[in-house]
Ligand binder design. Structure first.
Ligand code: TMP
Ligand code: ASP
Length: 235
């Protein structure tokens, strides 16, 4: 599988076309941004960790009946994926209070929620990814009712699989963001699952092992990514 042309460069990944119109190659970068790209930096080794972690976890999802865009890991940083049309929704699940949820509701971080929440943001950088609900998504034509039902079911399934898996690694899954795409009419999971897109806390010490270390200048950013990767025990 060979890269042809650069199709798109995002904040954390580059996407290349291949000779197969149904296949893209994603290439994960070490670049990190936060707050709509206002804060920029590098997390050395992040690209390889996020690539390999995403693929490892996407295989768990596949085994549990959640289809993903994964085709094949090509090397440390690059993976062949199915070319999807991204549904412009960031799908966020929370198990504990943190981040924007804690702020909005005047809560401390780390309070266990009575049930997991699901929320949507409209993927639109100019608008800073505003919070919307399923009626907005329908009204704006971002997804159909059937797609929203499927997306919600898959998102809760992904949460259950990850909560259980991370618990076995001594990690609490606080919250995460995922994205879906359309592939020949079917909804499948796309994008990534990594310390960039999940809040992961050590179960015992509650140490943050995710991108909040970068967002909040907590230090030891690389160490946190390495620690998560080490616990995955890949290879
Ligand atoms: P939030 O608490 O800032 O709304 O973030 C919720 C989750 O979504 C958290 O795990 C971090 C993740 N996230 C992204 O993956 N990309 C983003 O642009 C933002 C704002 C959050
Ligand atoms: N990735 C987002 C940005 O660059 C924000 C974040 O993850 O905090 O703005």
């Amino acid at each position: 599988m060979e890269k042809k042309e650069l199709l798109y460069e995002g904040k954390a990944k580059k996407v290349f076309t291949t000779e197969d119109p149904d296949v893209l190659i994603v290439s994960y970068k070490d670049d990190a941004t936060a707050f709509d790209g206002q804060k920029k930096g590098t997390i050395v080794g992040k690209g390889a960790i996020n690539n390999r972690m995403t693929n490892h976890i996407f295989k768990l999802f596949e085994a549990e009946g959640v289809p993903t865009h994964l085709i094949e890991e090509l090397n440390d940083r690059e993976t062949a994926v199915k070319k999807v049309e991204i549904v412009p929704l960031e799908v966020i699940i929370r198990n504990f209070s943190a981040g924007s949820f804690a702020k909005k509701l005047g809560m401390e971080e780390g309070i266990k929620l009575l049930s997991p929440t699901l929320e949507f943001s409209y993927k639109n950088d100019d608008l800073h990814d505003p919070f919307i609900n399923d009626y907005y998504a329908l009204a704006l034509g971002l997804a159909t009712k059937e797609e929203i039902t499927t997306i919600s079911e898959y998102a809760f399934k992904v949460n259950a699989v990850m909560q259980k898996y991370f618990a076995g690694l001594g990690i609490e899954l606080i919250d995460f963001k995922i994205e879906f795409g359309r592939y020949h009419g079917q909804i499948i999971l796309a994008d990534e699952v990594s310390p960039d897109t999940c809040r992961l806390w050590d179960k015992e010490t509650h140490e943050k092992l995710d991108k909040d270390r970068f967002r909040r200048d907590l230090g030891n950013v690389e160490d946190a990514y390495q620690e998560v990767f080490k616990r995955l025990g890949i290879k």
